[in-house]
Design a protein around this ligand. Structure first.
Ligand SMILES: [Zn+2]
Ligand SMILES: [Zn+2]
Length: 403
């Protein structure tokens, strides 16, 4: 500790000793030390270790978002690099599996298309090491300016397509990686301003969809479809809200929208398992995609019409988020498809949820199975305890549903 301090104090502007300490501070995740050194270093923070790896690249590789943010605030160049294999800071963030670091770098202008010496982008490297959430974060990223563009009146317009106050909520909505319709509905519920301006938001999403299709060599069919999909979901939820709101308190109605929407989508079909309504709702979305010449559309239709097809949701998720569907061994929220949810049904422990809201929304489906699990094989010796348990738990669930 003391020797480090001596180094810091003794540092001159180009002193390799001081640079070494900042790399050490990163290596040990020592944020205080890192801030200290950075505070004393008045020049550009774009300096390199003996392998040509910049300070920012080290912080990204360590997955330390605080350090990355501090460096970006100090003007670190996200795309500079002298790394012998042409890795960028984004490559390192991707290898570290830190979606947050990647997001910061992308926000600061990191180029997702930059390739390393073996021709791999950051997202491909993340896929290579199995960091799927990071892959999706990078692939779903769009700069805020793409959306802010529509706050400027175009051509003869006196009013722009998008008011300023919708830029950030819409940007956040678009960057979401989980495209499960119920998750999107919950996101909209948490961002009521977007839902209050659903017509503007969905219009801008359709314009963005069109733009992605007309970029020449830069055309991004997947992103185009994602915009179309998000626009479709917003319109649907907005329609439900319009129908649901003859009178009454606004707050209550907003609450209901997600419930009505999820009841429609999560209702099991005749076999008790497959989500037929969800499937037809999403197939309609694919059918309404206006760019029918593109490969992405053809691939989706081919999957949907194949023998024994996967669900429309998994096809759409594969299209937007890469090869992964909701198929891995990772646990998912039974309501909204969020990965690694924090909670389990306290009664049967066989299904998982993000939180009480997700559990509440799924209860109309789960209650049968849950009761079955809970009332299944009870051995004679402890049957009385079992009954008490079940009663306690069901009152707990009742409270949960009520609350
Ligand atoms: Zn959930
Ligand atoms: Zn249960």
């Amino acid at each position: 500790m003391s020797s480090k301090k001596v180094n810091m104090q003794a540092k001159s502007e180009e002193s390799p000793a001081s640079e070494k300490t900042i790399f050490e501070a990163i290596a040990t995740n020592d944020l205080d030390e890192f801030k200290n050194i950075l505070g004393q270093h008045k020049d550009s923070v774009d300096f390199f270790d003996e392998n040509g790896m910049s300070v920012l690249q080290h912080a990204a590789y360590k997955g330390n978002k605080d350090m990355v943010q501090l460096l970006l605030d100090r003007g670190a160049d996200v795309n500079s690099g002298k790394h012998e294999y042409n890795y960028t800071a984004l490559h390192f963030g991707a290898l570290a599996g830190s979606s947050e670091v990647c997001k910061l770098l992308l926000d600061a202008g990191a180029k997702p298309t930059a390739t390393n010496s073996v021709g791999r982008t950051a997202s491909q490297m993340a896929a290579f090491v199995g960091n799927h959430h990071t892959v999706a974060t990078i692939n779903n990223f769009i700069p805020r300016s793409e959306i802010a563009f529509y706050t400027i009146p175009q051509g003869q317009q006196t009013e722009p397509y998008l008011p300023f106050f919708l830029v950030d909520p819409l940007h956040k909505f678009v960057l979401g990686v989980n495209i499960h319709p119920v998750r999107l509905a919950l996101n909209l519920q948490n961002s009521p301003i977007l839902l209050d301006n659903a017509d503007k938001a969905s219009k801008v999403l359709e314009l963005l969809s069109k733009k992605e299709m007309t970029r020449g060599t830069e055309t991004n069919e997947v992103m185009s479809f994602k915009y179309h999909y998000l626009s479709y979901i917003i319109r649907e939820i907005h329609n439900i809200r319009d129908k649901q709101r003859p009178s009454g308190k606004k707050e209550e109605k907003k609450y209901d929208v997600v419930e009505v929407f999820s009841k429609k989508l999560l209702k099991p079909g005749k076999d008790g398992v497959s989500l037929d309504l969800m499937d037809s709702f999403l197939k309609d979305c694919v059918r309404e995609f206006p760019y029918r010449e593109c490969t992405t559309f053809h691939q989706m239709v081919a999957s949907l019409t194949s023998k024994d097809p996967p669900s429309a949701l998994s096809i759409i998720n594969c299209t937007i988020n890469g090869q992964r569907g909701f198929v891995d061994a990772i646990p998912y929220c039974s309501t909204c498809g969020e990965e690694k949810p924090a909670k389990k049904c306290s009664k049967c422990r066989s299904v998982q949820y993000c939180d009480r809201e997700c559990q509440r929304l799924h209860w109309f489906v789960h209650k049968k199975a849950c009761n079955r699990e809970a009332s299944a094989p009870v051995t004679t010796s402890n049957s009385s305890t079992r009954i008490i348990d079940t009663n306690e738990l069901s009152s707990e669930l009742q409270n949960l549903i009520a609350g």
